[in-house]
Design a protein around this ligand. Structure first.
Ligand code: GLU
Ligand code: ZN
Length: 486
């Protein structure tokens, strides 16, 4: 195995939007392939057509692309071992299932779900680990004929021999599974559709996968997959190497869910997280670049990623840390890049339509908010004041500029700003400081708070004097007058 070119695969079953756990797996697969100069394969496990839809498949493809996890083989790009959608490989699975039947590694099982359930109940009552009891292993021709007459549709089951399966997991060390707890398992349903265990094992072998990095939830399925490799006649040295990644827990240490940390990647995208921030943060879930480093680029990830540095204990998802990393990545953007990523948010929020003048104004405003935001979806509220037609103070801020003290502030500001000629943030600031803070002795928060509301309509906005400069003298004076009239 050592000299073989590395081939790793990410093989989701998109029964919904890809979530944090899926993407952490995809990221590690990708990083491992890039680090070793190997091949990153993307395979869609969509044999369960009732749960996997075309829409989810398209969304999965889009999400991986957005994150920058480009695959070398898979949907849209093709490759020598395709097709990479399992729904297009049904004949392959049928071929192997038949071969296993012929070899007597597998057999038809005619038990109905109700019969199986009744026997499992009996096992539980007798304190035996519930699982298939091997009833159909050696049916006689007469029994089979009887079941057929009843019109029963059999499933195909794999025979698990007595003994145990042992393999070395690259993260967890030697793993051993006693077959007492691995009952004969279903390969093909009564309707002829293959199950995950059959399809995944057959494809990993046929696609020449060398390393399987995937979530710990799949650890217990490994002995069944190894059983399929055996039945396929694969030589031991051609088995893929397994590495099961630690669970990702929610902030409260229970399974990650909507309740304790949002799970869908689509949600993060809409909330204004940058793909490189998501990847950077997810890379730290169970892996570490060493030296307590937290901020790394995709390039560094591919250089530094090794399975040896993956931890076996569960990782905890920390939204605060993700936000902090996102803020760092936003600050690291060039102005042009920041602009390009901001525009969709401003357009979706209908703050701008996208004209050249609007874009130029956005570009001049972005530097004053770049230090202040942690998510791109904060931008529309921050910059709205520059674009609103029919400007009005927000309803819940009206009271804050209508009291006598605020009126005094606004009157004085209007009087002192009107004659100002060079309209820059420094000149605006020195005029207002001289009159409101030094002369009237007001606290900055009180004095500038009223002006902020009058000019931007709200209590949240970028730095006040820069905002006033961007908005322009006429608009500022008009808005202060209008607030005075409230
Ligand atoms: N398709 C499986 C799932 O999404 C994962 C397959 C694998 O990585 O072995 O749960
Ligand atoms: Zn049976």
């Amino acid at each position: 195995m050592a000299n073989k070119k590395v081939r790793v695969r990410f093989a989701p079953s998109p029964t919904g939007d890809l979530h944090v756990g899926n993407i952490r797996t995809a990221l590690f697969d990708w990083a491992y392939a890039r680090h070793t100069g190997g091949t990153f394969i993307f395979r869609i496990e969509d044999t369960d057509t009732t749960r996997v839809t075309d829409e989810y498949i398209a969304a999965a493809i889009d999400t991986l692309r957005w994150l920058g996890l480009q695959w070398d083989e898979g949907p849209k790009v093709g490759g020598d071992y395709g097709p990479y959608l399992q729904s297009q490989r049904m004949d392959v699975y049928a071929h192997w299932a038949q071969k296993f039947l012929d070899q007597k590694d597998a057999y038809y099982c005619y038990c109905t779900p109700a019969e199986l359930e009744a026997r499992r109940d009996a096992q539980r009552a007798a304190n035996v680990a519930p699982g298939y009891d091997g009833q159909c292993r050696n049916l006689t021709a007469a029994q089979i004929a009887g079941y057929k007459d009843e019109g029963r549709l059999p499933v195909i089951r794999m025979r698990m021999p007595d003994g145990e399966t042992t393999f070395v997991d690259q993260i967890r060390g030697e793993m051993s599974f006693d077959h007492k707890f691995v009952p004969d398992f279903v390969l093909v349903r009564g309707d002829g559709s293959p199950l995950y265990t059959l399809a995944v094992a057959v494809d990993d072998i046929l696609m020449k996968v060398t390393h399987i990095l995937r979530g710990e939830d799949l650890l217990s399925s490994t002995p069944r997959q190894i059983r399929v490799y055996q039945a396929m006649g694969v030589a031991l040295e051609d088995y893929p190497t397994f590495a099961h990644l630690p669970f990702v827990m929610g902030q409260d240490n229970t399974k990650l869910s909507k309740r304790n940390g949002e799970v869908s990647i689509a949600w993060y995208r809409e909330a204004g997280y940058l793909p490189e921030a998501i990847c950077n943060y997810l890379a730290l879930l169970g892996w570490s670049p060493g030296e307590d480093r937290e901020n790394i680029t995709m390039q560094e990830l591919t250089e530094l990623f090794t399975v040896e540095r993956v931890n076996s204990s569960p990782a905890r998802f920390d939204m605060k840390k993700l936000e902090a990393i996102n803020g760092d990545k936003i600050r690291a953007l060039t102005l042009d890049d920041f602009l390009e990523r901001s525009l969709p948010f401003l357009k979706t929020a209908r703050v701008i339509t996208g004209s050249d003048e609007e874009i130029a104004l956005v570009k001049s405003a972005l530097p004053i908010i770049q230090e202040r935001i942690t998510r791109l979806n904060e931008i529309p509220a921050m910059l709205k004041f520059l674009f609103v037609k029919g400007f009005a103070v927000e309803a819940d801020s009206v009271a804050k500029v209508s009291d006598a003290a605020s009126k005094d502030v606004l009157k004085r500001a209007l009087a002192d700003l009107t004659p100002l000629t060079g309209w820059t943030h420094t000149s605006i600031e020195s005029v207002l400081r001289a009159s409101l803070i030094e002369e009237l002795g007001l606290k900055p928060r009180v004095a500038f708070g009223s002006i902020r509301i009058a000019v931007t309509g709200s209590t949240v906005s970028p730095p006040l004097f820069e905002s006033m400069e961007l908005l322009g003298k006429n608009a500022c004076l008009e808005r202060i007058s209008a607030a005075l009239a409230l």
